[in-house]
Design a binder for this molecule. Structure first.
Ligand SMILES: *[C@@H]1O[C@H](CO)[C@@H](O)[C@H](O)[C@H]1NC(C)=O
Ligand SMILES: [Cu+2]
Length: 230
């Protein structure tokens, strides 16, 4: 009982004391861009989205309105791109990157429909009988653009799901940014499976609604579809 209450206290303190964060720079062509260069600005400062049925889950709050004023960066299929956060992501939880192909330009794309496919994910860094650990110390995450991805303009959406308060429905926090890219040198791959955002999550998934402090989960599967690596 003593251990249980200590675990709960620990969870509560972590939840309150940690700062929030924004994915505010894009890494592309070996260069870290300026703040919000080719990343859609949001209107919620560094606060998370918690309603998985809201269109805010797609590109963050304000991320549809800022599309037209956001630049698009040209990248090469097969190259490494990434996101930089303004501070360490102090909350435990997985990182996921989805992409969606724009019918015309990324700046004109609202990302609606079952158009999103997962290109990268990072789950637990370690999972033992006494602790489930995620990357809470990095400020940047990089991943490959699938080599056979067809040429065209895309949204690249990073999501970090903070699980410190996820034991009740709606307690998971989604930190999101959408970048706008134009892919060149690609191939003829068929990305999938494709999901809609919102729509991909119900909020009741065992990897979204769970206590990570007590009891310690024995396994953790990153939510959403399988990664398409092209
Ligand atoms: C753990 O694994 C089981 C069996 O595969 C699965 O049903 C469950 O969703 C997993 N739990 C998490 C938190 O991913
Ligand atoms: Cu926070």
């Amino acid at each position: 009982m003593k251990f249980l209450s200590t675990a709960l206290l620990f969870a509560a303190v972590i939840g309150q004391a940690s700062a929030h964060y924004r994915f505010f720079k894009l890494i592309a062509n070996g260069v870290t861009g300026a703040e919000y260069a080719s990343i859609r600005t949001s209107t919620n400062s560094n606060s998370p989205v918690t309603d998985v049925t809201s269109t805010d889950l797609r590109c963050n709050v304000g991320g549809l309105a800022s599309a037209a004023s956001t630049t698009t960066t040209t990248i090469t299929a097969g190259s490494t791109i990434g996101f930089v956060a303004d501070t360490v992501v102090s909350h435990p939880g997985p990182f996921i990157v989805y992409m969606a192909k724009a019918p015309s330009t990324a700046a004109a794309f609202d990302g609606s429909g079952a158009v999103w496919f997962k290109v990268w994910e990072k789950g637990t860094t370690s999972l033992t009988a006494t602790a489930i650990n995620f990357d809470v110390t990095s400020t940047q995450w990089t991943f490959p653009v699938p080599k056979s991805l067809p040429d065209g303009e895309y949204l690249v959406r990073i999501e970090h799901i903070a699980l410190h308060g996820a034991s009740s429905f709606g307690g998971a926090q989604f930190y999101i940014s959408c970048a706008q890219v134009k892919v060149t040198g690609g191939g003829s791959g068929t990305p999938g499976p494709k999901v809609a955002i919102p729509g991909v999550y119900t909020g009741n998934e065992p990897s979204i609604k769970l206590s990570i402090y007590w009891p310690i989960p024995t396994n953790y599967t990153v939510p959403g579809p399988a990664v398409w690596s092209g």
